[in-house]
Design a protein. Structure first.
Length: 601
């Protein structure tokens, strides 16, 4: 018998209870068991407090222990952090309400005493889609007065964008303007957000510990049973998936390179749903790393912490291409370069944005040389190499032991240098069938098929944005779903860039794909895009919307998504007789009903 196994002889449990507990624990990792121990201790503390109340048949949380965790999430990261915060707060003894901004209102917020806000930023400083209406309320004249509210804000974003964590900053400032009191300073998380988020959660809960009627429970240390728990694959512990197929999707005369990848999930236990993404943990280009080391005049074998050497760390651990403001600020301090310091000034924001376009870390190192720093200092100025997410292009119901990806390989030239996408060039140039790629599944609760198989779907996905719709149709085919399906696809040229053409035409012939409208921008003098096709089909499109169709948009956030959104507004306004405000209300209602979902990047 394994050490620390539960039985009816070494615990107060029956044999059946002991067996079921042991089975449940086997599915948990060490951090999950540690949280569970605290949660059980919290339940025990609440039960003990309840027995001291004479004549009380049950205990109910008092107002002094209530805590609301409010989140706005586009892809699920902010929601995941909010769930973690709620779990830890519950384990401490708080009565926790976990609330999406999509479900929040003026009335619900006015009743809150303690508020933790976790919100992401997308695009050019915009709130996530489910948070748009609540953000509009809070920033407008109808926002509630919040005297007596105590709050803390955590922002999630990407430091390579100009408006880093802008939505979090706006909520933080606005809650204070409305009379709230910050219980902890706002924290802004970059793409490697996990450690910062956990620190924020722990520090906020520590600040609130004095509000509890009973002291927070002490968490029990993990036992040796952790040695027997099967690993769970995640961003920190990815699964090494074998590459089964790497197939080009473009024709020979295309000026694009798009790959269809099929990865094996055999023996992984990984599960996914259409709409989810795969996180690929990449490696940097060895040639680029070597050039950077040579330019910095470092020894590739320079030792770093934890037994690593510089070259290995730059290959696998650190972002060595994308420029972020924190890196630029550190480099300006080291170099004391007047031009770089000027560009970082508030009055030069627009100029800095233009200057950054097409530049990478190596360009800054070359243009503003620095003497006297060592390998450890340089690596400390870099952020961690983040995984890249790719929409899943398959249904697990159709291919049970596989996951498929559609990858547009990024290659371009700027400022006299050839540039390659970190992950796409890794997959295209250095990975072949038979190799293994570190991956994990990234859930996306905001981009899901309807439960109703009879509901009609309108899918808008130019380029690789079409990937999840391949998964949607595979899933609906496996389910025998009866709902109509309409796909809008666009790319450059019909002959060379019609991704998955044979599959769409097969589904069209068999009736699964009810309608197919395509837009190939370079096949005629005047460029035609998917938003143009939407307007051309305005009457039929509006009829589908009125019949309850679900609209899905996937792809470019900067240009395509706003243009498609405007086209939908125009169709609703013209065909439904709505004004501008009425069209906005129509789409907002669709979003609230989860009938308008976007996966944009």
């Amino acid at each position: 018998m394994a050490p620390n196994s539960l039985t009816d002889t070494n615990s107060p449990l029956s044999a059946d209870q002991a067996k079921r507990v042991q089975q449940a624990l086997a599915d948990l990792d060490a951090s999950q068991r540690q949280w569970l121990s605290g949660y059980l201790a919290g339940l025990g503390a609440q039960a003990a407090a309840g027995t001291t109340q004479a004549g009380a048949s049950q205990t109910t949380p008092t107002a002094s222990t209530t805590l609301t965790v409010l989140y706005g999430s586009q892809t699920g990261n902010a929601e995941g952090v909010a769930e973690l915060a709620a779990e830890r707060a519950g384990a401490k003894g708080f009565d926790v309400t976990l609330l999406s901004m999509a479900d929040a209102s003026k009335k619900t917020l006015k009743a809150v005493e303690r508020l933790l806000v976790v919100v992401s930023t997308q695009g050019d400083g915009d709130p996530p889609d489910p948070a748009l209406e609540f953000h509009e309320l809070m920033m407008g004249r109808k926002a509630p007065k919040l005297a007596g509210l105590r709050f803390a804000v955590l922002g999630l974003g990407d430091a390579s964008y100009e408006h880093f964590c802008q939505t979090g900053k706006e909520f933080d400032a606005r809650l204070a303007e409305l009379g709230g009191e910050a219980i902890h300073e706002r924290m802004d998380c970059d793409v490697d957000y996990e450690e910062t988020a956990e620190t924020w959660i722990d520090e906020v809960l520590e600040s609130l510990a004095g509000d509890l009627a009973t002291p927070p429970p002490t968490q029990v240390a993990a036992t040796d049973a952790s040695q027997h728990v099967q690993p769970r694959y995640s961003k920190k512990h990815p699964f090494l998936a074998e590459v089964l197929t790497s197939q080009p999707l473009n024709g020979r005369d295309s000026d694009k390179q798009t790959l269809h990848l099929e990865l094996s999930l055999e023996e992984s236990g990984l599960e996914y749903l259409p709409g989810d993404a795969v996180g690929v943990v990449p490696q940097n280009d060895p040639g680029h790393v070597d050039e950077l080391i040579e330019m910095l005049k470092f020894d590739a074998e320079s030792p770093l912490e934890e037994g690593r050497v510089l070259r290995d760390a730059l290959l696998t651990d650190f972002e060595v291409t994308t420029l972020t403001r924190p890196f630029l600020q550190q480099w300006a301090e080291w170099s004391q370069a007047p031009e770089l310091r000027r560009l970082l000034g508030e009055e030069a924001r627009d100029e800095l944005r233009d200057w950054l376009h097409g530049r990478q870390i190596i360009d800054v190192v070359e243009q503003f040389p620095v003497e006297g720093i060592d390998a450890a200092q340089f690596s400390a100025a870099l952020r961690k190499l983040p995984p890249r997410l790719y929409s899943i292009a398959s249904s697990q119901a159709a291919v049970p032991d596989e996951v498929h990806l559609t990858v547009a390989v990024v290659r371009y030239e700027t400022h006299g240098r050839a540039r390659n996408g970190v992950t796409t060039s890794y997959l295209a140039d250095r990975i072949e069938p038979g190799d293994r790629v570190p991956i994990y599944i990234d859930r996306n609760k905001q981009f899901k098929l309807p439960d109703d198989d009879e509901a009609p779907l309108i899918m808008i996905g130019p380029g690789t944005g079409v990937a999840p719709f391949r998964a949607f149709l595979q899933e609906r085919e496996e389910r025998g779903a009866g709902g109509d399906n309409w796909l809008f696809f666009g790319d450059r040229r019909f002959r060379s860039d019609f991704l998955y053409q044979s599959e769409w035409l097969k589904w069209r012939q068999h009736g699964l794909l009810t309608r197919l409208d395509v837009a190939f921008s370079r096949d005629q003098a005047d460029k035609v895009y998917v938003q143009d096709r939407l307007r051309e089909q305005a009457e039929t499109l509006y009829a589908w919307l009125e019949a309850g169709a679900y609209v899905y948009v996937c792809g470019d956030a900067e240009f395509m998504a706003p243009d498609v959104h405007q086209a939908l507004r125009d169709v609703i306004r013209e065909q439904g007789g709505h004004g501008e405000a009425g069209a906005d209300d129509y789409l907002r209602e669709m979003q609230q009903e989860k009938r308008y979902q976007r996966d944009i990047y």
